[in-house]
Ligand binder design. Structure first.
Ligand SMILES: [Zn+2]
Length: 249
């Protein structure tokens, strides 16, 4: 996962090279001259304020991205907000204000992390929803990550219910299920628990930053790799072993 891809802005000629989620081979590039922007009404009004500062300027923008793979050429609708920031111009040796644009939406949305193919469809769907929310609503994004953990617990076969002393079954909380998993694998268990805490903050209207979400995605990418790919690799080794021992000679 390259974190800088998700915090960088778009310019009139540049879009961060996100990987195309459709063909997973090409990169997204800005369609030349497709970027269009307008200053917001509030920003225009602020220009008459005696303390006006260029950093108050706000734009709305829309643009197109396109996959670089010639056999794919998927187009991406991108929209968001922008502003101006002072930049040093080497020609005049002076400072100038340059427009920048921060994406809020992209459709289709690229994958922020690699999700193993053998992950359950439910986990894949929830993670895709979390990617779509990354720029626009970090708390909701953390909430989707939390729900994906519930599904991951199902996928890993961690029981949903436990028998109480009076013989009745009761539903386990996500916390209790992760605790149960941590008994088998403490390292992964503590990583999943950290993601659960962030999800709790998100669902209780707490402050969740983009950095928090990128941390969560980085942990999740590593955890999924450990849980799913390594488990698949181990299962295929076991299958080969059994086949060697018991298969037809
Ligand atoms: Zn593509």
């Amino acid at each position: 996962m390259d974190r800088t891809l998700w915090t960088r802005s778009i310019s009139q000629h540049y879009c961060p090279p996100w990987k195309c989620p459709v063909c997973t081979k090409g990169m997204i590039a800005l369609v030349p001259k497709s970027l269009d922007y307008e200053e917001t009404a509030q920003s225009r009004r602020s220009r008459t304020h005696p303390d006006f500062d260029p950093e108050w300027v706000t734009f709305s923008f829309i643009t197109w991205g396109k996959c670089s793979n010639h056999s794919c050429h998927q187009k991406f609708a991108i929209a968001g907000k922008g502003g101006v920031s002072p930049e040093y111009t080497s020609e005049g040796g002076d400072w100038d204000y340059v427009e920048y644009f921060m994406p809020k939406y992209c459709h289709p949305m690229p994958n922020i992390i690699e999700v193993p193919n053998s992950c359950s469809d439910e986990v894949k769907r929830l993670l895709a929803e979390s990617f779509s929310l990354f720029w626009s609503n970090q708390s909701a994004c953390a909430g989707r990550i939390r729900v994906s953990l519930e599904c991951l617990m199902n996928y890993l076969g961690v029981p949903r219910k436990r028998k109480s002393k009076n013989g009745k079954y009761y539903e386990l909380t996500l916390h209790a299920r992760i605790d149960a998993y941590a008994q088998k694998d403490q390292k992964i268990g503590s990583q999943l628990m950290a993601l659960k805490w962030l999800g709790n903050t998100g669902s209780h209207d707490g402050e969740v930053s983009r950095t928090d979400i990128l941390d969560a995605f980085e942990i999740l990418e590593h955890t999924l790799e450990e849980l799913i790919n390594k488990r698949s690799a181990r299962v295929s080794v076991l299958a080969k072993k059994l086949a060697r021992k018991h298969g037809k000679k």
